[in-house]
Design a protein around this ligand. Structure first.
Ligand code: NAI
Length: 397
């Protein structure tokens, strides 16, 4: 089949397998060019099929020769449906890892469930005995509590007020007016239930109970802090509350891990980038497109792989950590530059559909969106017939 992009409500409902391969390959090439470093050996990544989780997997797999286990939620291709980008990213990660002689394993399913935790635990016991790093990089809009069976839906809403602004229409490459509604107390609690630290804690607890953590074990999860320009929609909104819970979880985990394994639980704040998850956040894409322009002009722009390479090589396993006053690791430091943020704020106040292309990097932003779905790579022939069945014959191991 010939696969062309189809975008509905800012969701790419088709992905291109060969382009996904290119996305994974470019990240691997980046890590290889930058060089290897000493790090963990056996790693579990929750949410390692795309965005920051995939970049973490590539960095640690190809940067440290680490064995990686990934748990992600994917849709398999079927008939004329192309599946999720994460499905293909996993397949191609495996192919490249195999060529490199790395060990890998993918579990496809619900990381929130006890069944998935058990499967992963059985595998670690069998194959490795212990792990030395857990990366928790899950982004989801729903979670079924494995204890009660109740399903919670998260909301991307503001707290205490409604927020007006623009978002980006990816299809038309233009601004669209958007209103972020005020969350109810229940919506705030539900968002914490989904995107807070409860499930991260359950993973560490389950691994600990089975004695699967190595001496010096570390675990890291990701937050976004942003700047005053995004506080209303993120840091002080429902998702920000969930991230506060994630940070509280990190503090509690850190105490336990330090005591038992001389280990560490970390929170790292990452830069705003285009991912399957971040594109849903109202108003965030406009901020992102402006940020892209200014950071590219300043020569400080980074994507997911640059961010994660710097986090693990320089900070978590290196000698140059950037740590803030509450102990977060801060590879988002370049986004936080005060003069840059002043300029972002200034542009946000005057951006409209007439000056959008001049004042923001909407082209680059949309291009990144296309690329995470396997499109817009100049090295891929998009007129070429793609034999999905043959490509998908690769059994995910
Ligand atoms: P993403 O959408 O690219 O990746 C999410 C991952 O979670 C995927 O691998 C997906 O398969 C997996 N997942 C979702 N539901 C699952 C489930 N029930 N079971 C198993 N796996 C599941 O998202 P992104 O943006 O990379 O987010 C990862 C983390 O990074 C999140 O904590 C997010 O808040 C954080 N972050 C993202 C930023 C951004 O600009 N994208 C900025 C700062 C932090």
């Amino acid at each position: 089949m010939i696969i062309k992009p189809a975008i509905k409500n800012n969701i790419c409902v088709r992905v291109h397998p060969i382009g996904c391969r290119e996305n994974v390959k470019r990240q691997i090439d980046y890590v290889k060019t930058k060089g290897s470093f000493k790090g963990p050996k056996n790693i579990l990544i929750i949410g390692g099929s795309s965005g920051y989780g995939l970049a973490s997997r590539v960095t640690l797999g190809f940067g440290c020769n680490a064995n990686t286990i990934n748990v992600s939620f994917e849709i398999e291709p079927k008939r004329n449906k192309t599946g999720t980008a994460g499905w293909w990213n996993n397949i191609y990660f495996q192919q490249f890892a195999k060529e490199e002689g790395l060990k890998y394993k993918d579990f496809i399913g619900d990381a929130f469930s006890f069944e998935m935790k058990q499967q992963v635990i059985d595998y670690i016991k069998r194959e490795y005995g212990k792990i030395d790093l857990l990366v928790y990089s899950l982004a989801s809009n729903r979670r079924t509590d494995p204890v009660t069976g109740e399903t919670y839906i998260s909301s991307l809403k503001s707290i205490g007020k409604t927020v007006d602004g623009y978002s980006i229409d990816i299809n038309k490459e233009c601004l669209k007016y958007e209103k972020m509604e005020e969350a109810t107390p229940e919506e705030i609690q539900n968002t914490i239930k989904v995107m807070g630290g409860e499930d991260w804690d359950l993973w560490v607890e389950a691994l600990m109970k089975e004695d699967l953590l190595e001496e010096g074990f570390k675990t890291v999860s990701y937050t976004y802090l942003g700047s005053p320009a995004t506080y209303d929609i993120y840091h002080e909104g429902t998702i920000g509350k969930a991230k506060n819970h994630l940070e509280e979880t990190a503090r509690a985990l850190n105490t336990t891990l330090k005591e038992k394994y001389n280990g560490q639980a970390l929170i790292s704040a990452s830069k705003a980038i285009v991912t399957k998850a971040s594109i849903y956040i109202p108003i965030f894409p406009v901020y992102g497109a402006i940020l892209y322009k200014l950071m590219k002009e300043a020569g400080t722009h980074e994507g997911e792989i640059e961010q994660k390479y710097r986090l693990f090589k320089d900070m978590v396993y290196g000698e140059e950590p950037i740590i803030d006053e509450v102990g977060r690791y801060r590879p988002d430091n370049l986004e936080q530059d005060e003069a840059l943020q002043e300029k972002v704020k200034e542009i946000l106040n005057k951006i409209d559909n007439d000056n959008l292309h001049e004042l923001s990097d909407i082209k680059g932003f949309v291009d990144d969106f296309m690329k995470i779905n396997g499109f817009n790579f100049d090295t891929v022939d998009y007129e070429q017939d793609v034999d999905m069945e043959t490509l998908n014959e690769v059994e995910l191991y």
